[in-house]
Design a protein around this ligand. Structure first.
Ligand code: SF4
Length: 266
């Protein structure tokens, strides 16, 4: 197990996100040892606002030590307005190998659930099976953009191997939990040649799939025909989900045609 770099305190924890499929979110860690190189939008943002100075600093997580105390104050005030809380947008709640972060995330989810608040979790770590005993309203998700461990090691160097990530999600599914998979940011063939169908087949048990292109990357825009490529891949996701009766959502900007197919994300 790895130790966090240190501890910080914050004044607030729950806030409304402006993002496409988010309601409230909480980010109780600064930094992320997964160190994704897509690039990571959270890292770019934190660096721009001077909260971290370098990629190396970003890899050393600081836990917000007063997370639970802030939740105790904020939950009663906000719970009537909250539809769901997503953990997390700017870090990973189940950072691979960080037991202390996992414990804090579980305690926060428990606290939110006890107040009747649903949690939506997204991780590139290993989702603990213990979550199966939490509210059945919760939704547990992993990011999975490939099945190639070489690609994972180069793009998500500190994250959990794909196979263990997937097994943990399957275990939650088998235990009656709602699950989802984020296939985002999906790479173009100049980054990795792969068949999207194999990724989709590996996650056909899940309740919902979110698919999105890679943004903020020159390598992607350099790939000739990237727009057509993403249109085709999005169509493949939609056809797969309809065939398998899986909910889906295609992220804005992924399909570049004027006539965007209707989403069925609930
Ligand atoms: S897991 Fe998320 S927050 Fe962490 S480095 Fe990767 S993209 Fe950034």
């Amino acid at each position: 197990m790895k130790a966090v770099q240190g501890y910080i305190e914050r004044k607030s924890m729950l806030y409304l996100t402006g993002v496409e499929y988010g309601d409230y979110t909480m980010n109780h860690v600064l930094g992320c040892a997964h160190g994704c190189k897509y690039p990571c939008y959270a890292f770019m943002l934190k660096r721009r606002f001077g909260q971290v100075s370098s990629y190396e600093d970003w890899l050393k997580p600081f836990l917000v030590s007063n997370t639970l105390e802030i939740l105790d104050k904020e939950i009663p005030r906000l719970k009537s307005k909250i539809q769901s809380v997503q953990l997390c947008f700017t870090t990973d709640p189940f950072m691979y190998g960080y037991e202390e972060i996992e414990k804090m995330s579980l305690a926060a989810i428990r606290k939110l659930n006890n107040a009747g608040v649903k949690c939506i979790v997204l991780s590139k770590g290993i989702l603990p099976l213990e979550l199966a005993s939490y509210s059945k309203e919760n939704e547990y998700g992993i990011t999975l953009v490939s099945l190639s461990e070489d690609y994972r090691a180069s793009m998500e160097p500190g994250a959990a191997p794909y196979s263990t990530r997937l097994s943990a999600l399957k275990a939650l599914h088998k235990n009656g939990c709602k699950t989802w998979v984020s296939i985002e940011p999906y790479p173009t063939p100049n980054l990795i040649e792969q068949d999207l169908e194999t990724v989709l087949e590996a996650i056909d048990f899940t309740d919902k799939i979110i698919f999105g292109r890679t943004n903020y990357s020159k390598e992607i825009t350099m790939f000739k025909g990237h727009r057509e490529f993403y249109n085709e891949q999005a169509e493949q996701v939609i056809a797969f989900c309809k065939r398998k009766d899986v909910q889906f959502h295609i992220k804005e900007g992924t399909i570049s045609n004027k006539h965007r197919p209707a989403d069925e994300y609930l």
